[in-house]
Design a protein around this ligand. Structure first.
Ligand code: UDP
Length: 370
């Protein structure tokens, strides 16, 4: 009999498992996929760390989390600076002096602020949705060219129906600084995310290709307590209806050329281009393999955002009012479930960054293990 059965070998599950094992508990980690690391999974192709479920760039302001992850991986100094492509025009992201210069020809912070101040006049009340929030932050020009198309493709919903908080993820700066994140620490595990998770799970029993829901009874019998990181609505057999998720489809190409787009991420912010962005994986490690050798080939992934359908891999929770209300109902059911802890992006139906999910797993472990 194990002390804990951890369902899901992603970040939440792996961190909880590590903490439990270090506290002297016995742990079994299972995952229905054939690999560990959940959606941060990376694999080596032609010397390139390929992010199979989309690009993950670690960033945090959380000292404790940074110290924690550095116990399990060495991080490189990658800084995310995506480029936006709007119908062939290129703009710097996030919204900063380079962007304002490219958009309006302004050269000083004062001129940029005046331009935005003028354009935000159309919003006279507290922003009620993403569109109003975006215009009030950066004005209509940037909203139309760099936000509207991208956001509506990513979420499959009008910016008028999306919550304002999503756009607050992006910094707005009146300095020349293309760093996408306002984080003290940022980087990519030099040996890949899979290795990071492998190190977290070192010495812990793992069973892959094992679906919890389909084998719940037998699996529950193996442990005193369950830590469940799968989708909360799936756990309850979708009895209150299903929560909505966005799924992502990737078209991957291995190209016999060293440099496709000159950057890790290019966002396609118009409404016409069907993909949301193209990731060129080798730039997460500066175009080099683990030995520091230049990589002759490249892999690109075109990313398409779609509505999740039963049986597919869920990616992003849709935190609009309807889904948040349904989640609250599932959460009430979860609270009645004794000896099961629900955690992580799918277990808590939250648009979690990696550092936040690690912080949450550490907190959960501390509460649980003392
Ligand atoms: N966003 C945008 N234009 C961009 C990039 C991001 O409008 O070029 C907005 C959009 O609303 C999106 C949010 O910022 O939903 C977060 O985007 P990001 O690419 O950071 O999300 P990720 O998929 O990386 O978590």
């Amino acid at each position: 009999m194990y002390d804990y059965l951890v369902v899901g070998a992603g970040l939440f599950g792996a961190v909880f498992a590590r903490q439990a094992a270090d506290a002297g508990k016995s742990v079994l980690v299972i995952d229905r996929r054939d690999h560990i690391a959940g959606n941060v999974y990376t694999k080596q192709i032609e010397g390139i760390h390929f992010h199979q479920y989309g690009a993950h760039i670690f960033h945090t302001n959380h000292e404790k989390v940074w110290q924690y992850v550095n116990r399990f991986a060495t991080f490189n100094r990658f800084t995310n600076s995506p480029v936006a492509n709007f119908k062939g025009e290129l703009y710097s992201l996030p919204f900063n002096m380079y962007t304002f210069n490219q958009m309006w020809g302004v050269t000083t912070p004062e001129e940029a602020q005046a331009k935005i101040e003028m354009q935000r006049q159309e919003i006279t009340t507290e922003p009620r949705n993403l569109e109003e929030q975006a215009i009030s932050l950066v004005g209509r020009d940037i909203y139309e060219k760099l936000i509207k198309g991208y956001t509506e493709k990513q979420w499959g919903r009008s910016c008028k129906d999306l919550p304002a908080f999503i756009i607050k993820r992006l910094p707005v700066r009146f300095t020349f600084d293309n760093n996408y994140f306002n984080a003290l620490y940022q980087g990519i595990p030099a040996a890949g995310y899979t290795k990071l998770v492998e190190n977290l799970l070192h010495g812990i029993d793992i069973k892959l290709n094992l679906d919890y829901i389909n084998n719940k009874k037998e699996l529950d019998a193996l442990a005193k307590k369950v830590v469940y990181t799968g989708a909360i609505d799936a756990y309850f057999g979708y009895q209150l209806g299903n929560l909505e998720y966005r799924a992502v489809r990737f078209e991957n190409e291995l190209l016999d050329q060293p440099n496709f787009q000159g950057n890790a991420a290019v966002n396609y912010t118009d409404a016409e281009t069907p993909w949301t962005r193209i990731i060129e994986h080798k730039w997460f490690t500066f175009g080099k393999d683990e030995m520091g050798k230049d990589l002759p080939k490249t892999i690109i992934s075109r990313e398409y955002s779609t509505e999740w359908k039963l049986g597919e891999e869920p990616y992003y929770p849709v935190n609009d009012e309807k889904n948040s209300a349904l989640y609250e109902k599932y959460k009430a059911l979860a609270e009645k479930e004794t000896d099961v802890i629900f955690g992580g992006r799918l277990g808590e139906y939250r648009y979690y960054d990696m550092d936040a999910v690690i912080a949450s797993a550490l907190e959960c472990a501390e509460k649980e293990l003392g």
